[in-house]
Design a protein around this ligand. Structure first.
Ligand SMILES: Nc1ncnc2c1ncn2[C@@H]1O[C@H](COP(=O)(O)OP(=O)(O)OP(=O)(O)O)[C@@H](O)[C@H]1O
Ligand SMILES: [Mg+2]
Length: 232
């Protein structure tokens, strides 16, 4: 469902150009749980932004659910983004003046029409991430882990089939990070495709497949076994 063929992303112009992603071939099937690793500057965020249609390849083909992304105009691209993809970032990017419920409802503003029962749906998502008692709390009144859970609920409001997360546990203590990973695991068990960028080998080990980048190229791409001799 996610297919990249010879994708490159070059920033700037020669002779000062930066080749962030170089001739990358990669495909990810529906329902996979993938960790993207690699040193700082290896192109992880660039790749995630390409997968998430926040950015376009400089060259190569990107097919998302059989749609050729490079052929879409900006309006079509943002529709795909809204319908298919949910984003979670290291900085939670919540609006400080809005309470948790309103933050979760925010992506619905961009829908063609405001769906019925929007606030009930947002409330249910917050309950599902363990924040049923915090609907009216503003971000400043929540812990980091709680804020990230609000951000996850927000990413889910349009029922995306793909969840993309860039260092989602990077700003969290170990325990909160574990809670966030439990949620991603549950989402994946429910059939969603989950792609996480991380520096942390422990975070990556909870995925089912590990892709390692180096200098914008694929260094390795391997399945992760759960237990010794278990499913790989
Ligand atoms: N908008 C941009 N303009 C110019 N260069 C960029 C831009 N975005 C990224 N780069 C460059 O592309 C390369 C890859 O950057 P990217 O952010 O994808 O790395 P990363 O693997 O996510 O690193 P980190 O682990 O530090 O987040 C780096 O050399 C970076 O400087
Ligand atoms: Mg990055």
């Amino acid at each position: 469902m996610i297919q990249m063929e010879g994708v490159s992303r070059v920033f700037g112009r020669a002779p000062n150009e930066v080749k962030a992603i170089v001739d990358l071939n990669m495909s990810i099937q529906t329902g996979e749980y993938v960790a993207i690793m690699g040193p700082s500057g290896s192109g992880k965020s660039t790749l995630l932004n390409l997968v998430g249609c926040l950015d376009r390849p400089s060259s190569g083909r990107y097919l998302l659910e059989d749609r050729e992304i490079s052929s879409l105009d900006d309006t079509q691209l943002s529709r795909v983004r809204n319908e298919v993809l949910g984003f979670v970032f290291q900085q939670f990017h919540l609006l400080p003046r809005l309470n948790a419920l309103k933050n979760v409802m925010l992506p619905l503003i961009y829908a063609p029409q405001y769906p019925p029962h929007a606030s009930e749906k947002a409330g249910a998502l917050l309950s599902a991430v363990g924040l049923g008692a915090k609907l009216s709390a503003r971000p400043g009144e929540l812990s980091g882990g709680q804020q990230q859970r609000v951000a996850i609920a927000r990413a889910l409001i349009n029922e995306p089939s793909v969840i993309l997360a860039d260092e989602p546990t990077g700003n969290l203590d170990k325990e909160s990070g574990k809670e966030i990973l439990d949620i991603f695991e549950k989402l994946n068990q429910d059939g969603r495709t989950v792609i996480i960028v991380t520096h942390d080998p422990e975070v990556a080990d909870r995925a089912r497949r590990k892709i390692v980048l180096e200098d914008g190229m694929l260094l390795s791409d391997i399945p992760i076994g759960r237990t010794q001799g278990g499913q790989a």
